[in-house]
Design a protein around this ligand. Sequence first.
Ligand code: AMP
Ligand code: GLY
Length: 438
Amino acid sequence: MHMRSNGTKRSPLKVLLIGSGGREHAMAVALCKSPLLNQLLIAPGNAGMAPLGENVPVPVDDIPGIVSLARERNVDLVIVGPEAPLADGLADALKAIGIPVFGPTRSAARIESSKSWAKRLMARHGIPTAGFATFQSIRESMSHIDTLPEGPVVVKADGLAAGKGVIIAESRREASDAVAEMIRGQMFGDAGSTVVIEEYMEGPEVSVFAFVDGRTVSNEVSACDYKRAYDGDSGPNTGGMGAYTPPEFWTPELAARIRAEILEPTAAAMDAEGASFTGILYAGLMLTESGPRVIEFNCRFGDPEAQVVLSRLGTDLLEIASAAANGKLNELDVRWNDQAAVCVVMASGGYPGPYETGKLISGLSGVSDPVEVFHAGTATGEDETTLSAGGRVLDIVARGSDVTEARSSVYDAVMAITFEGAEFRTDIAARAVGSQAL
Ligand code: AMP
Ligand code: GLY
């Protein structure tokens, strides 16, 4: 048996980071700034992360493979980027062999992986969210829809559907069709066999993040993301086309209210119900006339929100993750600085529909502070060239003293980076600075 480090011991840590997107690239950059880091392994990583650590080709859904890797390489801490392995019990499997992990257990990951579980938890504990009902039968769903007032109705697949299992139906009729298609048509596979029918909420949306170790909830940070493919929030939903922080409407009073009414009660409720949450709690909120209400929770950082908020983190990410994994977050003061950041995602032409990959990317060598590029889907070609290898290809991020400055820097950088067919939104953070698309 070798000795494992813990949050109190200052010996350098061998860390295994799970994931392969821009979010994990940004996390890897933050981890590499830590004097506590001894070695970084990344499974599976991507071309952009290769200079930061050792990419090991184990896919994120190979739980036994990740557990073997962590054991064989004597890893001190595993940090998990995406939700799928958490929902599949990766944290449980690692804890079972004594390896500290930053990320929730399968039971706590239900806050994201089961919308109906999350909604019932909120209902039991008075956490503000849209009114809802869950169904497994088309007939019962239809009778319920008939009782609703005429107007928009929200229909959601219960399980993980990669952010795409939500339909805002304009009428009861459209809602009934959506339910039938979800339950009968297998539109979202097993994720759609239970549907959640929700009250429609209106207001600005914001993503709020805090580190949690079961009981302690760190200082929070907020960002706005853009899910639709095209300018003006048109086109299909995507994994996320951009983000900025801080939101123009964010105030200390709003932050205090969200902490008191949503973040702290949720962590306490999960702890009290035996599903204690460790990791990053991500609250997707709607700021309605009656106050902030939960749209959904996620059990990990947002992508691309992580790429902007991590640039504002004033505390060592590795120290935070290690403390949280060991239940010692109360010993740390997590700080976020007052800077701003904007991220623009460059995607392959056609994304989120079919697209081509293998396109040569140029202009990356010209990038310098305050701009950073995180790779979302790239590969290394001949002669160390960088090629596109996914739908979302690059996340271009700029910091600035305010959103106006960061936005101007990020678009200057985007214009200088090219690959065939590249698509990006030109209106990221435009509303925050009172301007139109480029
Ligand atoms: P979700 O996957 O739950 O985050 O939902 C995706 C998007 O659908 C959200 O970002 C909202 O814009 C919208 N949405 C989800 N639930 C509601 C709701 N109850 N009322 C209005 N819009 C919603
Ligand atoms: N940016 C939205 C998400 O990560 O779910």
